[in-house]
Design a protein around this ligand. Structure first.
Ligand code: NZQ
Ligand code: ZN
Length: 393
């Protein structure tokens, strides 16, 4: 078991009607004027934004607005937000949306609290020294940004998608009302559920002594999200199923399912982020498209974990099978599940067909972010990343 630091400072307010508390929570966090960030308009259409603004008014927190955060959120909007927030004298960021909105708010919060170009932090040229406080009203169970230390931004000029991971950006509070997720398109619900599971799987397939308690939490989370994702395919208005996956979204990416493990593998995420940068695909679907190829490629380096996963999560009957056969059955069960919820299992099904040159470009981008290679299930380098992309094509 590895030593670890667990830090989850976000206050979680969970349940129906929670968005009405946004004002009082922001005021308690010291907000006098908030920049309310949102996406392409779902929160306008659903009325959530109006309820949040009314709650800010009631609590005496002034506000300005910044809409337009897109999936794979763009750096240009971050710059625009920093300028607007400076002009408006904002001292708090309130994200009303999903990972793309929250990550935009975090990036603006870095930009306001530090000198120089905020993109430097994403290029790892500098480390942020401060961050304005961020609060969240979550509208999709997916990225886990509502409790994570991470912000992922795409630079549309250079086609780079990069993350900045720093505890300074962990949100002060996260309001999670499962009802708000009922307006999601089915595809986005499925993408979200895939990403939630992947955040735990990235931490599960690691080497070097794992922690029994962490494994138990991880396996329970994976079974719970699987079961409720299937319920949501048939019954998207099932409150309890929405609630289960919404809390799982946070628990899966706030560090809990990594305690005592080897820091996480995160190769699938690295491979997907380049696909998001070049083809603007939905993050969860991109993960589903590469995971099976990654898993088959690294399986022999981490066989005991794949066997445990197959048996404890997917109920694979181990009798009469070799470890390789058990592990493969677990991978196949995962892919069957992806198909059932409408997710792709390769890039063609995702709707992209990268050429060899484009694959080389994505490999180079993975190496730029990970000059010493990446991975814990199996440590991989450029040729391995290329092979996995080719398998997933
Ligand atoms: O923009 P609007 O109109 O709101 O529509 C969004 C968007 O089209 C829609 N949506 C969200 N809530 C809705 C809704 N539509 C109807 N009703 C609602 N209640 O869903 C679409 C996707 O939204 P987005 O915020 O992009 O989703 P998600 O939370 O999956 O975020 C994805 C981004 O987060 C990054 C991903 O790479 C991607 O850029 N990630 C961030 C992480 C982090 N900060 O910790 C970790 C993740 O691994 C991930 O990399
Ligand atoms: Zn993710």
């Amino acid at each position: 078991m590895f030593d670890f630091t667990y830090y989850a400072p976000t206050k979680v307010v969970f349940g129906r009607g929670g968005e009405a508390k946004a004002g009082q929570l922001a005021a308690a966090a010291g907000a006098t004027k908030a920049l309310v960030c949102y996406g392409g308009g779902s929160v306008v259409r659903s009325g959530v934004l109006d309820r949040v603004l009314a709650s800010l008014d009631e609590a005496g927190v002034a506000h300005a607005e910044l809409g337009g955060a897109q999936p794979n959120p763009r750096l240009s909007l971050v710059y625009e937000g920093i300028e607007k927030a400076r002009a408006e004298g904002v001292d708090f960021l309130l994200a009303v949306g999903g990972g793309s909105v929250i990550d935009t708010a975090k990036a603006i919060a870095y930009g306001l609290a530090n000198e120089g170009d905020v993109w430097d932090f994403y290029l790892k040229k500098r480390t942020p020294e401060a961050c304005l406080p961020v609060g969240v009203v979550l509208t999709i169970a997916a990225a886990g940004s509502e409790m994570s230390n991470s912000s992922v931004i795409s630079n549309e000029d250079t086609q780079e998608k990069r993350s900045c991971n720093n505890d300074l950006a962990r949100p002060r509070f996260a309001i999670m009302n499962p009802e708000l997720t009922m307006t999601l398109p089915d595809y986005q619900t499925a993408c979200g559920n895939t990403d939630i599971m992947m955040h735990t799987m990235e931490r599960y397939f690691t080497q070097g002594g794992n922690m029994e308690l962490t494994d138990g939490i991880a396996e329970a989370l994976l079974r719970t999200v699987r079961d409720n994702a299937l319920i949501l395919v048939e019954h998207p208005d099932d409150y309890d199923a929405r609630a289960e996956v919404m809390w799982a979204s946070s628990v899966s990416h706030n560090g809990l399912t990594g305690c005592g493990n080897d820091g996480g593998d995160f190769v699938s995420h690295n491979l997907e982020h380049q696909m998001g940068a070049l083809y603007d695909v939905a993050h969860g679907a991109g993960l589903a498209a590469v995971w099976g190829s990654w898993a088959r490629y690294v399986m022999d380096g981490c066989l005991d974990r794949f066997v445990k996963y197959a048996v404890n999560v997917w109920g694979v009957d181990a009798s009469g099978k070799t470890d390789e056969e058990i592990a493969l059955a677990g991978i196949e069960a995962t892919e069957d599940f992806y198909r059932k919820i409408g997710m792709p299992t390769n890039m063609r099904e995702l709707g992209i067909e990268p050429t060899d040159e484009e694959i080389d470009r994505m490999v180079q981008m993975v190496m730029d972010t990970n000059p010493k290679g990446r991975g814990s299930a199996k440590h991989l380098y450029a040729d391995d990343f290329r092979a996995i992309y080719q398998m997933a094509r």
